[in-house]
Write a protein that binds this ligand. Structure first.
Ligand code: HEC
Length: 115
């Protein structure tokens, strides 16, 4: 028979294990997204926390925080480029990115682009 103390201990260890794997998964997604942003020259115009030519990824995350359509809108915007959200300077289109890469980049940016 397990004592309730042992049971709680097992439950606790299990919770730690789950948290650990979630963390590992999130950080490897962050790394892949960061790599994509580097390879596709996004980081020439965007930084995590300061404006370069385009807005910082943290300001993008903040602006769309409560917008339920943000994911779809930003995916399309990254692919097609354009101006109007932040000013008159347009972002060039990014035609080489796959749908999966666009999704990954969009989620990463909406998390504030951690790496
Ligand atoms: C030549 C510079 C340049 C490059 C390269 C660039 N961007 Fe941008 N980006 C901009 C500008 C300028 C804006 C602001 C556009 C606007 O005001 O609508 C912008 C806006 C954005 C936005 C916010 C869009 C909105 O409507 O709020 C996201 C997200 C974004 N860029 C992601 C990316 C990603 C991901 C890449 C790489 C695949 C990338 N950008 C490459 C200049 C660039």
């Amino acid at each position: 028979m397990y004592s309730s103390y042992q049971f709680i201990k097992i439950l606790f260890l299990f919770a730690l294990l789950v948290l650990h794997f979630q963390d590992v998964q999130a950080s490897s997604e962050d790394q892949i997204a960061f790599g994509l942003a580097k390879q596709n020259a996004c980081l020439g115009c965007h930084a995590k926390n300061k404006k370069i030519v385009g807005p910082s990824f943290e300001s993008v995350a903040q602006k769309y925080q409560a917008d339920p359509n943000a994911r779809k809108f930003l995916k399309n915007k990254i692919a097609k480029g354009g101006a109007g959200s932040w000013g008159v300077v347009p972002m060039p289109a990014n035609t080489k990115l796959s749908d999966a890469e666009l999704s990954l980049l969009t989620s990463w940016i909406l998390r504030g682009a951690p790496n």
